[in-house]
Design a protein around this ligand. Structure first.
Ligand code: ADP
Ligand code: MG
Length: 256
């Protein structure tokens, strides 16, 4: 473990068309992104001129102190929020060109979200929670249920379909949330402190599962302030005061 070597990633910028998806574009491109919050009469810059590229298949963690801008950055990467200035591209498509409806469609089609507090709907069953993101789709109820059951089996909850979230442990609830995030077959999974409410053992289970999801080809980006969680990912981006302070590749022993 002590032989782990830190490599500084070169910062590259790649100009490109803003109108259509590009074959060779990064999966996610964040270009000169600034996000300013208006607090009372003052403008507070939560992100300052951030540049970053995430390629297909990467497993990335974003770390940094509380208030450094991690969630703001993740919400912008996940198309949940728009930058004040600068550009965000997914598959080379500039999100600024899209209407709110088109953006919502991209979110639903391409991105799965996992949150610290699980964000499950308490009055729905486990199965219904997982089916939720498939509701906007033209798909039979049978098909929705089939797909959701399969994923709940995969995360080891096949026997708890009819339970309600409050009847489950924190780790189980997060596994429901992971199944819900995967049910749409997204290209990207993003998680904001997905292990923030879990004990050490459950944190490891959830991270082992995230690593498995990544090995299946899905790009995974998580925000964490737990250094042990960041150790699961080969790339660690450190944010401080709204800026990227470090962007490191940490080769994993035995991975080549
Ligand atoms: P982190 O996730 O790293 O803790 P955030 O991205 O949530 O940090 O916040 C970065 C900064 O932006 C913080 O100072 C926070 O108070 C501020 N901020 C975040 N969201 C808002 C908002 N909706 N309105 C005003 N200020 C905000
Ligand atoms: Mg946060």
């Amino acid at each position: 473990m002590t032989e782990t070597q830190l490599v500084q990633l070169p910062t590259r910028t790649q100009p490109g068309s803003e109108l259509s998806a590009q074959e060779n574009a990064a999966l996610i491109g964040v270009e000169n992104v600034t996000k300013v919050y208006n607090v009372g009469h003052a403008d507070y810059p939560a992100l300052r001129e951030v540049n970053l590229k995430i390629e297909r298949g990467e497993f990335v963690s974003i770390i940094g102190p509380s208030g450094s801008g991690k969630s703001t950055l993740l919400n912008i990467i996940g198309a949940l929020d728009r930058p004040t200035s600068g550009r965000v591209k997914i598959n080379g498509i500039n999100l600024k060109r899209l209407s709110d409806d088109q953006l919502a469609r991209i979110r639903n089609r391409k991105i799965g979200f996992i949150y610290q507090s699980f964000n499950l709907i308490p009055r729905l069953t486990v199965l219904e929670n997982v089916e939720m993101p498939l509701m906007p789709r033209k798909m039979s109820q049978r098909e929705r249920e089939k797909r959701s059951r399969e994923l709940l089996d995969t995360v080891g909850l096949g026997r708890k379909l009819r339970k309600h979230p409050t009847e489950l442990s924190g780790g189980e609830q997060q596994r429901v949330a992971i199944a819900r995030a995967l049910v749409t077959k997204p290209e990207i999974i993003i998680g904001d402190e997905p292990t923030g409410n879990l004990d050490t053992k459950t944190t490891r289970q959830v991270m082992d599962y995230m690593a498995k999801v990544n090995r299946s080809g899905i790009t995974v980006v998580i925000v964490t302030h737990n250094p042990e969680v960041a150790q699961y990912t080969p790339r660690i981006i450190s944010v401080r005061d709204g800026e990227i302070e470090k962007d490191e590749l940490v080769p994993k022993l035995g991975s080549f």
